[in-house]
Design a protein around this ligand. Structure first.
Ligand SMILES: [Zn+2]
Ligand SMILES: [Zn+2]
Length: 125
């Protein structure tokens, strides 16, 4: 059982590395293509475990399902409003928390920054 779990987790991790910011459904489809007996619940559970362990990144977007990321260092994303594709943004991590004024007692724990627009492919067509 333990060995099976390890294999399943490795399969899911490899699928994320082979895809570009996939959502859980895309990871499931990629794994199921070569392992048709794996269940969606198993893939989703392993995605959550890998993200909690920090082995993969979880990208929370302002719209749509969470994406998963083989890049685990902090970085920002650009989301195409036409095709929904997500790209790494060429911006080093910033700390806007330091620019905040009086929050009135609100304890800030983090921030979400997402760039939206049209990707190069969608801009052309
Ligand atoms: Zn696009
Ligand atoms: Zn990314």
């Amino acid at each position: 059982m333990e060995r099976r779990n390890t294999i399943q987790r490795a399969l899911v991790g490899e699928a994320v590395k082979g895809l570009d910011h996939p959502d859980a459904e895309e990871v499931f489809e990629a794994v199921a293509a070569s392992h048709p007996h794996i269940s969606k619940a198993t893939v989703y559970r392993n995605l959550n475990l890998l993200a909690e362990e920090g082995a993969i990144g979880r990208v929370r977007l302002c719209a749509g399902a969470d994406r998963f990321d083989s890049r685990t260092q902090p970085h920002y994303h650009m989301r195409c409003r036409a095709c929904g594709k997500v790209f790494d943004a060429p911006l080093p991590p910033i700390a806007p928390e330091a620019m905040l004024g009086d929050t009135g007692g609100f304890a800030v724990e983090g921030h979400i920054l997402e760039f939206t627009g049209l990707c190069a492919g969608c801009k052309k067509s």
